[in-house]
Design a protein around this ligand. Structure first.
Ligand code: SF4
Ligand code: SF4
Length: 197
């Protein structure tokens, strides 16, 4: 039993190493340069999709999304948590305060402000719950619903979320890759898994 467990453990760790090696570590400074360069082209592409959505757009987006996560390693990035704030619903605030063992009022006073739309957002960035050494979220199990759904690639119908993607192509390497892959597929009929950063 002991040996089996050890073999099982080493096999799992071997598999994990293979998966980690296959994933791209994200170089954020390289990504920012690339995003700046491609932003106008990708935005125009998304505007075209918005005005004239092709048949099967949702399916194409789903496929691009499914493929990109084989390469993207969010723990080497965390750019969303560093550069954007989630919105916190009343339920999020209740759940996270309870998890942290503090009162909701205290939670709000310490970390949140209301934005122009009246939504609760972080007072400062990077997010106070991000561990900058590991890029891990310290409230991951109870994180805001907005964080759990990010980068919102599965929102439907996709055509109604083009503004979100237009904004996120320069902030989220995963969204950049999804748009890049969809553009390549639609324009050449061939899917792209080429490295973007
Ligand atoms: S969701 Fe996007 S921005 Fe956030 S960590 Fe993953 S790749 Fe980076
Ligand atoms: S709550 Fe967690 S997942 Fe959400 S922005 Fe903060 S660190 Fe990132």
């Amino acid at each position: 039993m002991k040996n089996f467990l050890w073999l099982n453990h080493s096999f799992n760790s071997f598999l994990r190493q293979i998966v980690e090696r296959a994933m791209q570590r994200i170089n954020l400074s390289h990504f920012r340069k690339k995003a700046l360069q491609y932003r106008p082209v990708f935005r125009r592409f998304l505007t075209r999709l918005e005005k004239n959505p092709p048949i099967g757009l949702n399916k194409l987006a789903a496929e691009a999304d499914r493929n990109l996560w084989k390469d993207i390693d969010c723990l080497s990035c965390a750019n969303c948590c560093k550069t954007m704030s989630p919105t916190y619903s009343a339920t999020d605030i209740r759940r996270i305060s309870h998890f942290l063992g503090i009162k909701q009022k205290e939670f709000i006073k310490k970390w949140l402000i209301k934005d122009l739309d009246g939504d609760w957002i972080n007072k400062s960035l990077p997010c106070q719950f991000l561990d900058l050494k590991t890029n891990k979220c310290s409230v991951y199990e109870v994180r805001p619903k907005d964080c759990a759904g990010f980068p919102h690639h599965n929102k439907r119908p996709m055509v109604e979320y083009m503004d979100t993607f237009k904004q996120n192509i320069e902030l989220c390497p995963a969204t950049f890759k999804m748009v890049q892959s969809m553009k390549t597929s639609l324009e050449s009929g061939v899917g792209s898994r080429e490295s973007a950063f």
